[in-house]
Every structure is written in C-alpha cells, then in structure tokens.
Design a protein around this ligand. Structure first.
Ligand SMILES: *[C@@H]1O[C@H](CO)[C@@H](O)[C@H](O)[C@H]1NC(C)=O
Ligand SMILES: *[C@@H]1O[C@H](CO)[C@@H](O)[C@H](O)[C@H]1NC(C)=O
Ligand SMILES: *[C@@H]1O[C@H](CO)[C@@H](O)[C@H](O)[C@H]1NC(C)=O
Ligand SMILES: *[C@@H]1O[C@H](CO)[C@@H](O)[C@H](O)[C@H]1NC(C)=O
Ligand SMILES: *[C@@H]1O[C@H](CO)[C@@H](O)[C@H](O)[C@H]1NC(C)=O
Ligand SMILES: *[C@@H]1O[C@H](CO)[C@@H](O)[C@H](O)[C@H]1NC(C)=O
Ligand SMILES: *[C@@H]1O[C@H](CO)[C@@H](O)[C@H](O)[C@H]1NC(C)=O
Length: 426
C-alpha cells in the first residue's frame, strides 16, 4: 500500500536535548526529535476507477512542508516546533482560486507547484480528494477537516469564486459585519471553538474595519496508540523546551518491537509508532548537533527512503507526555518563500470580487497538541509543559490546528492613486 507521505499533516516537534535519559532510544540516545504524521489511503480500493489526484499533489505538499519547516526552524532557534503545513497550504489553495496574474503565480510556486508539470484543476481536485479521504468516517483515526469563509455583508463576491470554494473545498460561507469588529470576532471565535472541540477559544483578534473576508481551515486529528503505554512505567525525566530551559516531565515508556532505522548518512534515528488504524507517528532523533543536517535533508525522497528501510526491532522507547498550544504569524515566512504580492498593494485578488481591491493582511496558524497515556493519579499541574488532566483510554495523540487568512480592502486612496489596477483587469 502506498502511503500518502506527509501529504496531509506534518507535525514537527523539535526537542532540544543536551542529554537524554540514559536508556532513551538507541545507544547514543541524545539529540532532537521530530514527529511526523503519516496516513495510508483509504481510497486505495478505488484505484483504477478514479484518478488519484491527491497522490499527484502529495510530493508538492511534502516539499512545501519541508521548505516551510526549514524556514520556521531557522526563525525559532532551538524551540519546540509544531505546525501543520497542510492547514496552511489548504487555506492558500482556497485563496488562489481568487488570485490572478503574478499574485496567482507566486502562490502556486510558493506552495511548491510547478504549473508546467501539473494543471491548476488537478491541484484543486487533489485537495478536494484529500479533504474527503481524510474526513472519511471509516478511518479509525478521528479526523475532521473543514474550511470556512466569513464575508463582510457588503462584499460583492463573484459567483464563480463562491461556487469553486464550496464545491472543491466544501467551505461554509457566513456573512459578517466587520464594521463591528467585536461582533465579528465573537462570531468567528465561536465557530472555531465549536470546530476545535472547545480547545481553541481565541481564534482571531484585533480585526479591523477594513476586513473584507476571513478564510479559515481547521483540522482536528485524534488517534489512539495501537498499543497502550503503561502508565505505571511513566518516569520523570528532563525535557528541554528550548536550548536554555530544562523542565521535569513524565516520559511515556514502552519496551516493544518498533519499525526502526539508523540513517548513517544523516546521523539520526527514525522510529515509527503506529496508531490504531492506518496512521502512524514518525519520531526522528538526530544525533547531538546534527539537527541542522537532518533538517536540510528532509524531503519527500528522504522520507520515502526511510519508509522502505525500516526494520522491526525491539527497543526501549520514551516519549514526552505533553500538552501545549502556540500560534505563529506565518506571513513573514511565506514572504521569504516568495509569496509577496498578495500582501501588498500589488495584490490581484480580482477573482474574488472582479476588482483588484483586496489584499491579505494577516496569516496566522494556531494549534493545540495533547500527547497522553492513560490517566495517572500524579499531580502534574506544576509542570509547565504538562497538564493535570490527561485523557482516559489507551493513550492518544490529539492535534488541533487552524489557519486563518485575513483579507482586507485596499484603502480607496490606493485604488485612485494606482488607477491602472482597474485597467489591468483581464
Ligand atoms: C518547472 O518544470 C519545468 C519542466 O519540468 C522545468 O523546466 C522548470 O525548471 C520547473 N520550474 C521550477 C521553478 O522548478
Ligand atoms: C462591511 O459591511 C458593512 C455592513 O455590514 C458596511 O457598513 C461596511 O462599510 C463594510 N465595510 C467596508 C470596508 O466596506
Ligand atoms: C454593522 O456594524 C456597524 C457598527 O457597529 C453598525 O453601525 C451597522 O448598523 C451594522 N450593519 C448591519 C447591517 O448590521
Ligand atoms: C456590536 O455588536 C455587539 C454584539 O452583537 C453589540 O452588542 C454592540 O452594540 C455592537 N456595537 C456597535 C458599535 O454597534
Ligand atoms: C539562550 O541563552 C543565550 C545566552 O543567554 C541567548 O543568547 C539565547 O538567545 C538563548 N536561547 C533561547 C532559545 O532562549
Ligand atoms: C547513503 O548515501 C549513499 C551514497 O550517497 C547511498 O548510496 C545510500 O543509499 C544512502 N543511504 C541512505 C540510508 O540514505
Ligand atoms: C480537568 O478536569 C476537570 C473535570 O473534568 C475540569 O473541570 C478542568 O477544567 C480540567 N482541567 C484542565 C486543565 O483541562
């Protein structure tokens, strides 16, 4: 079975560890960790009957993921990094339906698509299939993916844009009054709160009166470990949230057979920890000081190579139990990746309104992650990366992500000053 490498969700955890517990994974068990999510395709049986566009876009999504990861890693030195590039690329794939001219080219390129190799409609069909595949209720992992669009009441949207965004991305559309930002924020925050099972309360803030539209993508993923971690073997160990901080956390422990490899070229260990169902988490532990080397080699080819060279071996595995939330302003990162015009007065989002009178003013991604075993009676409240309540059951990993794109009106003065924008309409 051919897995969709990383194509839908990549979760990265970089733990800066100067010294791990002695019996941590592998003989020289120190280094950094990265978690990847990966899932096999339940659409597999339908192959042959149907073109699998989502497989076609998988390498592009993975390349975007790794490129984005490298940018985010170089920006946030030696800190935990969690993000979902799939959430960001889905939000931008919706946005690009309304983009034209150079603005559109930059977004496709930024998302790692080469339009001489893949057609636009194949890309969007790919996202469409992926969203449906992953939201399939037959998956054993619980996955909910959705998109929404909040539009200012007076915004005149072209029917074609609305149609595409609804049919391809199943986006829900809502009317908002951004002149009353308090009311608009409340409306959007309540929506995201419902969709993230109450885990993300403050989705948007400081919306301004020039806001024309908010595009949202959310992902909820919950899976139970295939084999539970034993709560009685949980031990305390040092955890390094960043290069200068050490906290005591509980490490989940399991001695078992895992798919496992040591990559001599990159000096890192890779271990696959399966969830129930078809999904698994990949933990990557570079040797000390090799984090940068591994980061720069991350690509869909590297991952594919790893997938084929894993072998089943018995190991002692420790994973930090954690719960954390964070958010990133990803506008700057996307600009470094070549998506620039959409953020300034050159923006051409005329596919949304028929006029190039909109630009993106903000892109934000937020998340909440809980990796847990079964309930323990210990009081964990004093640890800042832990929480006192962990979910019951065999232990699970839960990820909530959402990305929002704020689209503002370009102030009228710009439109007057740069009258040619009006004439450049195709
Ligand atoms: C896009 O693909 C074409 C044809 O395969 C190739 O010549 C070109 O260099 C590619 N462009 C980029 C930016 O990779
Ligand atoms: C947004 O819609 C409201 C009506 O709900 C309108 O009064 C306001 O002018 C619109 N905002 C902009 C910037 O056009
Ligand atoms: C939108 O909000 C503004 C400011 O609160 C208010 O004056 C206006 O009446 C509202 N428009 C609609 C259509 O409710
Ligand atoms: C904005 O909306 C809230 C909630 O709907 C309302 O209580 C408030 O009066 C409105 N503000 C203005 C300035 O209209
Ligand atoms: C760690 O401390 C050094 C020296 O005080 C400082 O330069 C560096 O920025 C700190 N790193 C982090 C991630 O806080
Ligand atoms: C390591 O590099 C060699 C030579 O470049 C290559 O043949 C081999 O497949 C690589 N091994 C892995 C695990 O990537
Ligand atoms: C822990 O659980 C209790 C009861 O279920 C709940 O009231 C409380 O808010 C939870 N605390 C956290 C940090 O989730």
């Amino acid at each position: 079975m051919k897995p969709i490498y990383l194509s839908w969700l990549l979760i990265v955890l970089q733990v800066c560890c100067q010294h791990h517990p002695r019996d941590n994974i592998g003989p020289d068990g120190h280094g950094d960790k990265i978690i990847f999510e990966d899932q096999d395709s339940p659409l597999e049986e339908e192959q042959g009957k149907k073109t699998t566009y989502y497989e076609k876009i998988a390498p592009n999504n993975a390349d975007f993921a790794f490129r984005f990861y490298r940018h985010i890693a170089s920006n946030t030195a030696a800190k935990n990094i969690f993000f979902s590039p799939f959430s960001i690329s889905t939000a931008f794939a919706m946005l690009v339906l309304g983009a034209r001219s150079e603005t559109q080219n930059q977004i496709y390129e930024g998302l790692a698509f080469n339009l001489s190799e893949i057609e636009k409609n194949e890309i969007h069909k790919g996202f469409h299939q992926l969203i449906h595949t992953l939201s399939n209720p037959n998956n054993k992992a619980q996955v909910e993916i959705g998109n929404a669009m909040f539009m200012n009441e007076t915004l005149k949207i072209l029917p074609k844009f609305l149609e595409d965004i609804k049919s391809l991305y199943a986006a829900e559309g809502f009317s908002s009054n951004f002149s009353n930002s308090t009311a608009a924020e409340k409306q959007i925050n309540e929506y995201v709160q419902t969709k993230t099972h109450g885990k993300i309360a403050q989705a948007v803030e400081n919306l301004d009166a020039l806001t024309a539209m908010i595009l949202i993508n959310y992902i909820f993923f919950k899976a139970h470990w295939e084999k539970p971690f034993d709560p009685y073997n949980t031990r305390e160990a040092d955890f390094f949230p960043d290069a200068n901080t050490t906290v005591k956390v509980f490490m989940m422990y399991r001695q078992d057979f895992f798919n496992f490899l040591y990559d001599h070229n990159l000096s890192c260990w890779v271990v696959e920890v399966p969830y129930k169902g078809d999904a698994s988490a990949f933990f990557i532990l570079p040797d000390q000081g090799k984090m940068k080397q591994v980061e720069s080699a991350l690509s869909s080819e590297t991952l594919a190579k790893w997938q084929t060279s894993l072998t089943l071996r018995e190991i002692h595995l420790f994973i930090p139990k954690l719960s954390l939330s964070t958010s990133y302003n990803v506008k700057d990162l996307l600009q470094k990746m070549g998506i620039t015009d959409v953020f300034n007065e050159n923006a051409d989002l005329s596919g949304i309104t028929g006029k190039p009178n909109l630009k993106v003013s903000r892109v934000s991604m937020a998340l909440r992650i809980i990796i847990s075993i079964t309930n323990t009676k210990k009081n964990l409240a004093s640890y800042n990366v832990m929480e006192s309540n962990v979910s019951s059951g065999a232990g699970s990993a839960t990820f909530h992500y959402y990305t929002y794109i704020q689209i503002d009106y370009i102030p009228v003065s710009y439109e007057v000053m740069n009258g040619h924008y009006w004439h450049s309409l195709g």
